[in-house]
Write a protein that binds this ligand. Structure first.
Ligand SMILES: Cc1cc2nc3c(=O)[nH]c(=O)nc-3n(C[C@H](O)[C@H](O)[C@H](O)COP(=O)(O)OP(=O)(O)OC[C@H]3O[C@@H](n4cnc5c(N)ncnc54)[C@H](O)[C@@H]3O)c2cc1C
Length: 542
């Protein structure tokens, strides 16, 4: 039986916050080194994203076999992905399997949230206050708190007055409610709603979707993976991960570099037809690179996708309502769907244009729009996104050198060095936090862990007690991050990549937050490897 972590122990060399994909791999590396380390996790189990988001239709947009960890041959040999794009229950099972394979639960404390942490300059240690009343100390803190781990509810009056069931999909009840015969409202049409709507439509008596801004979406084209195909994938893992490493997005999809102007309109269409019928992010990431940078190229491709939507939605007026007008295809992360547009052809599904008739309030019976119509519901689902990238950090009161608060430093957006450290916050490293190359996440997570672990080894080997980040190195990195937004149309998007969220104060459109590094995975990996090889240039040790 697995030994439980000792909750009376109050001092560690390393504390890892979060037991998602990042925290699991980080503690594995530390356990292998025999370091005195623990993981603190607010949930009652591992998995992070895949522990929380249990809504119908929740699944990857990453090919399953590119989402799994690459670090262990044992895992690659043993795990069988059953679908090309794994559904949430299977992914959670996978992460439990990884945790048990390496007996990692003995390092993990569940059901405990870090509320505050303060750096003590006299001892060069962190002091962490937990929500169960304990205080822990440690030399190093590694955050694995997630970029989409803080859901945001809409700021609509009357939300607490609703008599029926209501929740964000992140909080979908673990004992799922029956939708059979129910009148369900879905508020929002982002990536989660686009996965959820076709599933709810099949079960509920009535589904009403409140849409403020439509999103572009393209087919996921999921399918099962047979035993034979899995054997073939296993034989090709080296090649698969090598492709992920050299592609900007960390996927098996590599951009078409023939050059927009070098191909005819027919050739473009040929490629698009193939990609639209192909799996996953191909339609986005195997496309011409010009689509991301050139307004005309983007407009031509967006019109192609608009036509595809028109072909799939029976009612022409409804089809037009589902086509975005305020942004082009692919300048926001593209939601992938399985029957999303066809869901609107069903008699039990209604679309309400919440831009034209905004929601005025939630009432005990349902939703009142500003044209005076009150619609009654049994269940309301708020698909209103996440306080992305910095939300989980903002929820912890983090105090660095001289009492400086991270929340204050990041008020206008994240400021980091390589997306890994922060000046004025010594002995703190981030995994898959803001300003990394936000690729296929596990690929970026392995890159982060494989950088942070040797950094700690370097410190132990040299007898250092403290690292901090040089202010000028941080400034230069942030300038580079800003520069890498310039060539891309995504800089204009109302999306989490630019920090837009109408339900979070200070995240209004126009107050651009530099949340990600847009230089792509290969460039990012090379850059951070160079700094490491140069005795961690940019960091100051003592
Ligand atoms: C619905 C959905 C679908 C997604 N699909 C994909 C996909 O197809 N491909 C892809 O690459 N990425 C996808 N992502 C992104 C996904 O978040 C990452 O793939 C990955 O799961 C991130 O892992 P993580 O360990 O960094 O963070 P998380 O999985 O978010 O884990 C963070 C953990 O930290 C814990 N935590 C946070 N704050 C505290 C605190 N103060 N104290 C204690 N514990 C704390 C949380 O409880 C959580 O368990 C998706 C995200 C969502 C929400």
């Amino acid at each position: 039986m697995t030994a439980m972590p000792d909750r009376t122990q109050s001092d560690y060399e390393v504390v890892v916050i979060g037991a998602g994909v990042a925290g699991i791999y980080q503690i594995k590396r530390l356990a292998d080194l025999g370091v005195n380390a623990t993981v603190l996790e607010a949930n009652d189990g591992v998995g992070g994203t895949w522990y929380n988001n249990r809504y119908p239709g929740a699944r990857f947009d990453s090919e399953s076999y590119t989402y799994g960890y690459s670090f262990s041959q044992e895992l690659l040999d043993e795990w069988h992905w059953t679908e090309l794009f794994s559904p949430q229950p299977e992914t959670l099972k996978y992460l439990d399997f990884v945790t048990d394979t390496f007996d990692l639960r003995r390092f993990m404390q569940f059901g405990v949230r870090v509320e505050a942490m303060t750096f003590d300059e006299a001892t060069d240690t962190w002091s962490l206050r937990l929500d169960d009343g304990r205080t822990l100390t440690c030399r190093f803190v590694i955050t694995a708190v997630g970029v989409l781990s803080m859901p945001t509810m809409p700021q609509i009056e009357g939300i607490d007055t609703f008599d029926g069931l209501s929740f964000h999909p992140f909080d979908w009840p673990h004992d799922p409610p029956s939708l059979d015969g129910k009148r369900v409202a879905v508020i929002g049409t982002g990536a989660t709603a686009i996965q959820l709507i076709p599933e709810v439509a099949k079960e509920a008596a009535e589904l009403t979707v409140f849409q403020r801004r439509p999103n572009w979406a393209a087919p996921l084209n999921n399918r099962p993976i047979s035993d034979e195909e899995m054997a073939d994938i296993r034989a090709r893992y080296d090649d698969i991960f090598e492709r992920c490493t050299r592609s900007p997005g960390g996927f098996v999809h590599e951009p078409d570099r023939r050059g927009w102007d070098n191909v005819s309109a027919e050739e473009r269409r040929e490629l698009w037809d193939r990609l639209y019928d192909g799996p996953g992010f191909g339609i986005w990431l195997q496309n011409f690179v010009e689509i991301f940078m050139d307004e005309d190229a983007n407009a031509e491709f967006s019109e192609y996708i608009a036509d595809r939507i028109r072909q799939r939605v029976d009612d022409p007026e409804l089809a037009e309502q589902l086509i975005p007008r305020d942004h082009g295809f692919g300048i926001q992360r593209v939601p992938l769907e399985s029957g999303y547009f066809e869901a609107y052809n069903r008699d039990n599904v209604t679309l309400v244009d919440a831009a034209e008739t905004p929601i005025e309030r939630i009432t005990p019976a349902g939703v009142l729009t500003d044209d005076g119509t009150e619609r009654e519901f049994d269940i309301i689902v708020y698909c209103t996104g996440f306080d992305a990238f910095t939300g989980a950090f903002d929820r912890i009161d983090i105090q660095g050198v001289g009492g400086q608060r991270l929340r204050a430093k990041w008020a206008e957006g994240p400021i980091t060095y390589l997306g890994l450290t922060i000046s004025g916050f010594p002995n703190l490293a981030m995994l898959a936090g803001p300003q990394i190359a936000a690729t296929n996440f596990p690929r970026a997570i392995e890159t982060s862990v494989d950088w942070v672990t040797p950094l700690l080894e370097y410190m132990w080997a040299h007898g250092h007690r403290r690292f901090d980040t040089a202010a000028d190195a941080e400034r230069e990195w942030c300038e580079h991050v800003a520069e890498m937004y310039e060539p891309f149309l995504l800089r204009k998007a109302k999306s989490w990549i630019t920090g837009y969220n109408s339900n979070v104060d200070g995240h209004e459109y126009g107050r651009m937050r530099l949340n990600v590094y847009n230089g792509g995975g290969p460039k990012y990996a090379a850059l951070i490897a160079e700094r490491a090889a140069d005795d961690y240039e940019g960091l100051e040790f003592s």
